[in-house]
Design a protein around this ligand. Sequence first.
Ligand SMILES: Nc1ncnc2c1ncn2[C@@H]1O[C@H](COP(=O)(O)OP(=O)(O)O)[C@@H](O)[C@H]1O
Ligand SMILES: [Mg+2]
Length: 374
Amino acid sequence: MKNPFVYGKTVSGEHFCNRDKEVKELVAEIITCQNIIIFSPRRYGKTSLIMRVLKKVKSMGILTFYIDLYPAINKQRFIEIYAGAISSGISGGFKQIAKKIKEYLPRIIPKIVMDDQSVHFEFEFDRAANISPHIDDLLEAVKKIADRQNKSAVVVFDEFQEIANFEDDEIERKMRSVFQNHENVSYVFMGSKTHLMRDIFNNPNRPFYKSGRHFPLQKISGNELAKFSKQKFSAGGINIGKNETENIIAATECHPYYFQMLCNILWETCQEHGRITQDYINEAIDILIARESSIYIAIWESLTGKQKNLLAALVGEEHPEVFGKKFLAKYMLGTSSSIQKAMKNLLEKDLIRQENGSYVVVDLFFKKWIQRTW
Ligand SMILES: Nc1ncnc2c1ncn2[C@@H]1O[C@H](COP(=O)(O)OP(=O)(O)O)[C@@H](O)[C@H]1O
Ligand SMILES: [Mg+2]
C-alpha cells in the first residue's frame, strides 16, 4: 500500500482533510463574484484548498483560471504566465483555443509546445517593445471570455505578493482599476508572505487598499486531523491510540504540512510493527527535523549575526519582554535600539511574528531546530 500521507505538493481527493467550512464560504463568495484575499504562512494549505474550491465552482458552470505568480520575476514573465493560464482555462481543441486567443489577446503570438508532461500553449512577444498594451489586453481578457459565454468567472492569483517585486507598480495599479469594473468575475489573491500581503492590501497608499474580503487561513482542526490520520493508519493495519494521536497533533500544532510529514514518516517506520508508540513519535520528529534541516540551514545562513542572536534568544523563552534590560543582558543583545533593525528584518522575512505583546518564531520546527542546534 502506498504511503497515504502526502506532503510537499498540492493535495486533493482522499489526501485532502476536511476544510468543509472554508470550501463552503469560498464557494459562496465566488458565486457572488466577490474579491477575496487569502493569506497564511506557507504550507498551511492555500493552494490545495483553492484547487478544491475551483473544482467545485467549475462543476457549477463558472469559468476558472489559476495563475501561479511564484515564477513571475518581472512584468514580462507576468504577461507570459497570465496568458498561459488564460489559454489553459479556455475549453476546446487547439484550433479553437488559438482562435480565441487571437481574439482576446491580439498582440501576443501563441505557439504550441509539446513536452514530456503535456501539449500546451506558450507565449512570445517582443520584449523590447512597449509591453503596456499587452497588460491592458490581458487584464480584460477573462471578463471578455465570460461575457461572451454569458457566464461568471473566477481568477486566482497564487503567491500574489510577487508583484511587489516588479520594477514598478503598473500592474498593481491597472489591476485595481480594471478589476473593479468586472462584475461577473471574482478575483482571488493568495499569498504566503503575510508581511508583504498585508502591505499590499492594508496600506492606504497602495492601489489594492480595502479591495476585497480578507480570508486568513488557519491551520486544520485537531479533531479533523485525528479522524483523518486514524482512518489512514488503520487502513494500513497500523494501530494508533488516542494518546499517541494527540501527541502527534500536539507536536505538529495542527500544522497541515508538518502533520502530514510526521504521519508519513511514522507510516514508513511503524508498518512492520503494526502500531505507533511514543518512542516512534520521538524518533519520527528527529527524522523530520533532519529532513527539513537543509531549508533551515539556508535560512540561517542568510541572516546577520544580530538576527541569529535574536532568534536564538527568542526561542529560549516564552513571550519575553524583548526590549527589557533583563532579556537584552541575558542574551547579550546590546541596547534595545540596536535590535530594532534586526527585529524589523525578521518580521519582514516572516520568520517571527508578534504575539501577546512579544515575538515568536513562526515555523514551529525551525524553532525546534534552533533550540537544538544553537
Ligand atoms: N486540507 C488538507 N488536508 C491534508 N493535508 C493538507 C491540507 N492542506 C494542506 N495540506 C498539507 O500541507 C502541504 C502544503 O499544502 P499547500 O496547499 O501547498 O499549502 P500552501 O499553498 O499554503 O503553501 C500539503 O502538501 C499537504 O501535506
Ligand atoms: Mg501554495
